[in-house]
Design a protein around this ligand. Structure first.
Ligand SMILES: Cc1cc2nc3c(=O)[nH]c(=O)nc-3n(C[C@H](O)[C@H](O)[C@H](O)COP(=O)(O)O)c2cc1C
Length: 220
C-alpha cells in the first residue's frame, strides 16, 4: 500500500485488538518519529503498552477499547505554529502507520494527560495524542461538507493536481469532523486557510499534508 492508498483507506478506529505492535514495527515507527522530530524540532514520543491514559470515563464514553499504544505529539510552547506543525507531522506518521497495517485515531479530548506516561522537558506541552494499534475494524468514511463550502475555485476549470489535492484534503481527519478550512486556487498555487476556532490549527496541518500527498504540491 502506498501513501495515497493509505490516505484513502484511513478512517478513525477507536477499538483495538488486544495484541501488541510487533517489535520491528515499533522500531520502524520510532524511526519515523525520530526523523519527524529531527526535521521539525518537535518531541513526538511513541508510548506502548500503557493502559492508563485511556482508562478514564471520557475514553470509555468515546468508545475506546484496548487503546494502550499512542503517539504523544509534544513540542516546545515557543515553536512558531506548534499546532499546525503537530498536525502536519502527525498525519505523515498516521499515513505511514496505515501502510504498515496499523489503525489510528487522533485524540485531543478523550484521554488523560495526567495518567499518561508522557515525559515533558521544561517549556514543552502535549498538543494531543494519536491512538495506534490493530483495529477491530477499519472505521468508516466520514461525511464531508459540500465541496462548495470548502473550496473557493471553479473546479471544472481547475488543474488536475488541484482537484486531486482537494479530494485528498476532504478525506483528512479534523476534530469533531469540523472541516473548518478553505482551499483556494491563486494563480498556479493552492492556499489553505482556517476559519479559526478550537483545534483548527492542528486540523490545518493535517489537511495541508493530505493536500500535498494528493496533489504532489505544497500548498501555501
Ligand atoms: C485534532 C483532532 C482531535 C480529535 N480528538 C478526538 C477525541 O478527543 N476523541 C475522539 O473520539 N475522536 C477525536 N478525533 C477524531 C475525529 O472525530 C475524526 O477524525 C473525524 O470525525 C473524522 O473521521 P475520520 O477520522 O474517520 O475521517 C480527533 C481528530 C482530530 C483531527
Amino acid at each position: 500500500m502506498d501513501i495515497l492508498e493509505a490516505l484513502n483507506e484511513r478512517h478513525s478506529v477507536r477499538q483495538f485488538k488486544d495484541i501488541p505492535i510487533e517489535a520491528e514495527k515499533v522500531e520502524k515507527l520510532n524511526g519515523l518519529i525520530a526523523a519527524a522530530n529531527e526535521e521539525s524540532g518537535l518531541n513526538f514520543q511513541l508510548i506502548t503498552n500503557e493502559p492508563q491514559a485511556f482508562d478514564v470515563f471520557l475514553a470509555h464514553y468515546g468508545k475506546f477499547k484496548n487503546a494502550v499504544n499512542y503517539i504523544a505529539l509534544v513540542g516546545d510552547k515557543n515553536i512558531a505554529d506548534l499546532d499546525e506543525k503537530c498536525g502536519y507531522y502527525g498525519e505523515k506518521i498516521v499515513l505511514e502507520a496505515q501502510t504498515m497495517g496499523l489503525n489510528t485515531c487522533w485524540v485531543a479530548g478523550t484521554y488523560s494527560k495526567k495518567k499518561s506516561g508522557i515525559s515533558l522537558n521544561a517549556g514543552e506541552k502535549i498538543v494531543c495524542v494519536i491512538a495506534i494499534g490493530y483495529g477491530e475494524n477499519q472505521g468508516v468514511e466520514h461525511k464531508s461538507k459540500p465541496t462548495e463550502k470548502l473550496v473557493k475555485a471553479d473546479l471544472n476549470a481547475a488543474p488536475d493536481w488541484f482537484k486531486a489535492g482537494v479530494d485528498a484534503a476532504l478525506k483528512a481527519p479534523t476534530a469533531l469532523n469540523q472541516q473548518k478550512f478553505v482551499i483556494t486556487l491563486e494563480g498556479d498555487e493552492a492556499k489553505i486557510t482556517t476559519k479559526g476556532g478550537a483545534m483548527t490549527k492542528l486540523d490545518l496541518g493535517i489537511v495541508k499534508y493530505n493536500f500535498e500527498v494528493g496533489s504532489g504540491r505544497v500548498p501555501l
